[in-house]
Design a protein around this ligand. Structure first.
Ligand code: MCA
Ligand code: AMP
Length: 505
């Protein structure tokens, strides 16, 4: 008797699959993506991704020049359709960061919007234009060629680069299974359906903007309107014209809270949204309360990480208490552990602090080319050490209270390692020694502060010069916002820089 063949993997994007099979059917005419005044229905998306998927099919990995455009969304979906892992690149990354990512991920080619200028660091890669023919007539094109069977769910979908405390960013390998599970868990928690219209202005080279913000609506068969760049006027416009959900990082909600007193149209628009969601960093209670007061709506917080995708959320029917990130999502196991990392805390007292560890189908598989870092990140039985410190309230709500590593900075919702900025600063001829810390900042959450010992105390490099130096090498969001000059850095007996002494003056 022959054993039954394994069931084929379900499609990542059912509405797209439907549009591929029937270009005249209902799904094909539904709106999928809108960036400014350019948009694609599912039928148009199908027509755009099929030739691109055929073009990249068989490549080991492809880089995507992830500008906030329709082309980026099309490029990533085409790679996913072809079963080829995509490596989204921050288009503002500097030479040394791009050089590292390209060398580490070794993409076969780079997908970019036609006409987009690519920097020197990508010169060695074959370039393929992600063409979006917005005039395509689905009826005229006829049934779109089938892209072949759905790739195995364990195959990598994306490699997303994320900072650690030291060294250059690591590539988190995210399997298709994790993308599907996290998006379905969020659908359950938020009652997220194909009728929802999402609005956001998040960058498309991180999990938040790309996986949740673009792939999320596509998995539901709904649509997303991307603002190109975040501003409150765009939020007002889209929420007034049919959008139902808003995603943002706390800096965006802070800017909303600041604008609300003088902007009744924004307050009205937010009040009619079905769901306002914040993530990537802690939403300050003050901003949460100001928004609640002006709009009558409470922002829902969810907690995630590049390596784990989403772990917890306040549910749509739950109580969005300020300062909490809700409860574990379906399928996610979450526990708090003692300092030693093994003793599990059972306390649900809102007081006992432990490190969050998570386990579940939402997790990444490995850091690319970094078996050492991968092994260090997991316990022997598959729990991922997040490095985030939290307490659990009696009703199971998780409250994040801090981070284990002082050398990780969250600024504007971006995770930035102090070590990579220190290394970049040390490459400046005017810098003899450098230390980097994060300082509380009402807008950014934390701002990057550089403490340097100048090579020549008589003519130290200016703050603007050092900011440009880091922005050009790494990325603008990694630039120091404040620079202090010191004669000497405070060090302990072991010669280690005492950062707490720096931060507290
Ligand atoms: C300024 N600029 C410069 C320089 N100074 N460019 C070159 N050299 C310089 N020295 C440019 C910047 O590139 C930017 O350009 C503009 O000036 C303003 O810069 P900045 O002040 O840094 O930006 P901002 O406008 O204040 O940005 C705030 C922001 C942004 C919009 C909130 O921080 C942001 O998009 N954050 C989202 C981060 C995110 O998605 N994180 C998710 C990762 P231009 O204006 O043209 O851009 S976390 C994650 O994915 C996990 C899973 C999770 O839980 O979500
Ligand atoms: P990243 O590695 O860039 O994906 O950032 C993940 C980190 O962002 C987590 O480890 C947390 O420290 C932080 N984070 C994400 N969402 C939240 C949230 N809602 N509240 C507090 N911190 C968060």
């Amino acid at each position: 008797m022959s054993s039954p063949s394994p069931a084929p993997s379900p499609a990542l994007f059912p509405a797209l699959t439907e549009a591929l099979a029937d270009p005249d059917g209902g799904a094909a005419h539904r709106p999928a993506l809108r960036f400014g005044d350019r948009s694609l229905t599912y039928g148009e998306l199908a027509a755009a991704v099929v030739p691109l998927a055929a073009r990249v099919g068989g490549a080991g990995r492809v880089a995507v020049w992830a500008t906030p455009t329709l082309e980026t969304a099309v490029a990533v979906v085409a790679a996913l359709l072809a079963g080829v892992p995509a490596v989204p690149l921050n288009p503002k990354s500097g030479g040394s960061e791009l050089g590292h990512i390209v060398a580490d991920s070794a993409p076969a080619l780079v997908l970019a919007a036609p006409g987009e200028h690519l920097p020197e660091a990508l010169a060695s890669l074959e370039r393929v234009d992600a063409d979006v023919d917005v005039d395509v007539d689905v009826r005229a094109t006829g049934p779109t060629a089938s892209p072949g069977p759905e790739p195995d769910a364990e195959l990598p979908a994306l490699v997303v680069y994320t900072s650690g405390t030291t060294g250059p960013p690591k590539g988190a390998v995210i399997p298709r299974r994790a993308v599907a599970t996290t998006l379905d868990a969020l659908a359950d928690a938020w009652r997220w359906t194909g009728d929802d219209v999402l609005v956001h202005g998040l960058p498309l080279f991180h999990v938040h903007g790309l996986i949740l913000g673009i792939l999320g609506p596509l998995r539901r068969g709904g649509s997303v309107r991307h603002l190109g760049r975040f501003d409150t006027a765009g939020v007002t416009r889209e929420l007034s014209e049919g959008a139902t959900m808003l995603f943002g990082v706390p800096t965006m909600y802070h800017r909303i809270a600041e604008s609300l007193p003088g902007d009744p149209a924004l307050a009205k628009a937010l009040a009619r949204a079905r769901l306002l969601v914040s993530g990537s960093a802690a939403l300050p209670v003050h901003d949460h309360e100001r928004i609640a007061q002006a709009t009558g709506r409470r922002v829902v917080e969810r907690y995630g990480m590049t390596e784990t995708l989403m772990n917890t959320s306040v549910r749509a029917d739950g109580e969005p208490r300020a300062g909490t990130v809700g409860v574990p999502l379906p399928g996610v196991e979450l526990r708090l552990t003692e300092e030693d990392g093994t003793t599990v805390l059972e306390a649900y007292d809102g007081e006992t602090v432990g490190e969050i560890q998570v386990r579940g189908p939402n997790l990444f598989t490995e850091y690319l080319n970094r078996p050492d870092a991968t092994a260090a990140a997991f316990t022997g039985d598959g729990w991922f050490r997040t490095g985030d410190m939290a307490v659990r309230d009696p009703d199971g709500y998780v409250r994040i209270v801090g981070r284990k590593a002082t050398d990780l900075i969250k600024s504007g919702g971006y995770k930035i390692g102090a070590g990579e900025i220190e290394n970049a600063l040390l490459e400046h001829p005017g810098v003899r020694e450098a230390a980097v810390t994060g300082e509380p900042d009402a807008d950014l959450g934390e701002r990057i502060v550089a403490w340097i010992v100048p090579a020549d105390p008589q003519s130290p490099p200016s703050a603007a010069e050092l900011a440009d130096h880091v922005a050009g090498r790494l990325a603008p969001h990694k630039r120091p916002r404040v620079v202090h000059h010191l004669d000497v850095l405070p060090r302990n007996d072991m010669g280690k820089i005492m950062k707490r002494a720096l931060a507290h003056g």
